[in-house]
Design a protein around this ligand. Structure first.
Ligand code: ZN
Length: 255
């Protein structure tokens, strides 16, 4: 099978939510976001498993460049590991995943990372991260900032994250990092890429002059013609094919 056929086949499987498929998507997304300098050494991606009360997440100390489907832990919504290698711990911030899945039935995938340029907008007064690029319409309702920079390493801090996130699809933790939520793993991967692209564009715009974010009319106009499912399939194919060529993960994962 050619690389393109591999990608098309996987793109058509977007709606499949078997544990096997989710393990592959989480592993690919983790390695992709790491290779793009978004996830870095301590970010994580998770996926809600069928049944809704457990999710996949990577081990705390596994390199994000080497995460594989069999490495992923299954955790419950209290943060307990219910399946995985003995003695292997989830990320210390597993509770942000637990509490968001508990509170938001529309969320099936979460990415958390610590991207510096994006986080700069939490370090200054009166310069919020707004929608500048067209695909930032995903965050037209806003990107709230959580005031407590602490690690989300217990359930109460996880519930605080939920209160700040509200109904939105992304948020920042002041002086710390970002949380992105979506309906699928592939969606959360594409959204994470766009969140960072938008922040970098906003940062450059602010360095040149008075920032000029998208107007409500421009957001509405782009939203009218935007097909999210098609967009996710197109970009997933683009990024996974490139990653296979660069050896980010094995070609067989996209078969
Ligand atoms: Zn963090």
């Amino acid at each position: 099978m050619t690389l393109q056929k591999h990608a098309d086949h996987r793109a058509d499987a977007t709606e499949i939510a078997s544990e096997e498929a989710l393990r592959l998507d989480v592993s690919m997304s983790t390695r992709l976001l790491n290779s793009m300098k978004i996830l870095e050494y301590s970010g994580h991606v998770s996926a809600r498993l069928p049944g809704g009360e457990t999710f996949l997440v990577q081990p705390q100390n596994k390199s994000r460049a080497e995460v594989s489907p069999d490495d992923l832990l299954v955790c419950d919504l209290d943060g307990k590991v219910v399946a995985g290698m003995p003695g292997v711990k989830p990320p210390s911030e597993v509770f942000l995943h637990c509490e968001i899945y508990r509170a938001r039935s529309d969320v099936n995938a979460i990415a958390h990372f610590h991207h510096d340029v994006t986080n700069v907008f939490t370090l200054v007064e009166d310069v919020p991260l707004l929608a500048f690029k067209n695909h930032a319409i995903r965050w037209k309702s806003g990107i709230p900032v959580h005031p407590d920079p602490a690690h989300v390493d217990d359930p109460e801090r996880g519930r605080g994250i939920v209160r700040t996130l509200g109904p939105h699809h992304a948020m920042q933790i002041r002086a710390h990092g970002q949380i992105v939520t979506a309906e699928t793993v592939r969606g959360v991967f594409i959204d994470s890429v766009h969140l960072v692209e938008n922040a970098e564009a906003a940062y450059r715009a602010c360095s040149l002059g008075k920032p000029k974010p998208l107007t409500d009319e421009e957001i509405e106009s782009f939203s009218h013609s935007f097909r999210r499912g098609h967009h996710i399939r197109k970009l997933w194919s683009y990024y996974t094919l490139g990653a296979i060529r660069e050896g980010v993960f094995p070609e067989a994962w996209a078969a």
